[in-house]
Write a protein that binds this ligand. Structure first.
Ligand SMILES: Nc1ncnc2c1ncn2[C@@H]1O[C@H](COP(=O)(O)OP(=O)(O)OP(=O)(O)O)[C@@H](O)[C@H]1O
Ligand SMILES: Nc1ccn([C@H]2C[C@H](O)[C@@H](COP(=O)(O)O)O2)c(=O)n1
Length: 275
């Protein structure tokens, strides 16, 4: 290891000394460089994201990390977004972040100040304010970017770019506005995949899933509201991205395998263009 590399590592550590000390006190792994995967409690997450927003913590400034690629995944309730994201993620290595899953996790986190609010929105099929959802998404992206990034000797910046599938976002105008405000050009939105089925298929799938999912919204009452939200709030967002020529609509009433094959064709063509 050259002297320059040692000095760089020392500078990287000392620059983050207060944060490292803080994490050490909490028996957390200190964040010496970009290669560490760090797991934070909920309160630390919020504190870190605040630091990021205030741009106080250089370690977590996205300007120091490669600009990630994002594919948004939209579609009605039960369209198969989660199922297809899992398959894409296994085949192509994308990191799958589901806005709904992040919100449910936050809702179930003991002591979360947002728990009740999130529960109410989920039951009513309405959309949680973007400040909460965007913070959860950005924090999850940042954690993944830090663990994905690779420092190369002699290079000041890490090189590995994150490829993210963001499932169930942006769901309405508030989501879109918040995304533009907090994230904007920090990421490269490559594509919006939209999974579509006839309404009766959405309903049948969610009600069947409701027999074992334990979800508070897989019932006929919540389904009506979720479908209404999808039609009146999410579809205008799809139209917005259509004007930017970023949308691929996929008929997801077919078998899981058939839908996956179409996704693979789309992703392969995207990757060929990106080369
Ligand atoms: N192509 C398909 N054919 C039949 N069943 C499917 C298909 N895709 C998904 N499913 C089933 O439908 C249910 C809903 O799928 P999934 O959770 O992937 O949808 P989703 O769009 O992520 O739903 P939500 O937005 O409500 O979270 C699951 O039980 C899943 O196994
Ligand atoms: N951007 C989002 C995504 C989800 N929610 C809430 C409201 C949804 O009905 C619920 C379930 O999401 P799903 O698992 O179907 O993607 O979560 C939201 O408010 N904002």
């Amino acid at each position: 290891m050259s002297v320059i590399v040692i000095i760089k590592r020392w500078l990287s550590y000392s620059r983050n000394f207060p944060l490292n000390l803080y994490l050490k006190r909490l028996n957390q792994q200190p964040t010496v460089n970009y290669c560490h995967t760090v797991s934070f409690s909920n309160i630390q997450r919020i504190s870190l994201i605040n630091r990021f927003f205030n741009n106080n913590c250089k370690m977590y400034d996205w300007n120091n990390l490669p600009r990630p690629n994002v594919i948004f995944v939209l579609g009605g309730p039960g369209a198969g977004k989660g199922t297809q994201c899992n398959l894409i993620s296994k085949k192509f290595g994308h990191v799958h972040l589901s806005a709904g899953d992040l919100l449910r996790k936050e809702q179930n986190t003991a002591g979360s100040q947002y728990g009740e609010l999130i529960a109410e929105h989920i039951k009513n099929g309405t959309i949680v304010p973007v400040e909460i959802t965007c913070k959860l998404l950005m924090n999850a992206m940042l954690e993944n970017m830090i663990s994905l990034a690779k420092m190369v000797e002699g290079n000041d910046k890490p090189i590995a770019t994150g490829n993210f599938l963001i499932d169930g976002f942006p769901r309405n105008q508030d989501n879109l506005d918040g995304w533009q405000k907090f994230v904007g050009d920090k990421v490269n939105v490559q594509l919006v995949l939209v999974f579509e089925c006839p309404e009766e298929v959405y309903i049948a799938r969610c009600l069947k899933r409701g027999q074992h999912s334990g979800r508070a919204d897989d019932n006929p009452e919540s389904m009506k509201k979720r479908l209404d939200t999808h039609l009146n709030q999410t579809m205008p967002i799809v139209k917005y991205y259509e004007k930017l020529d970023l949308v691929k609509r996929i008929d997801s009433s077919r078998s899981i395998k058939e839908v996956h094959e179409e996704c693979c064709t789309i992703l392969q063509s995207l990757m060929a263009q990106a080369k």
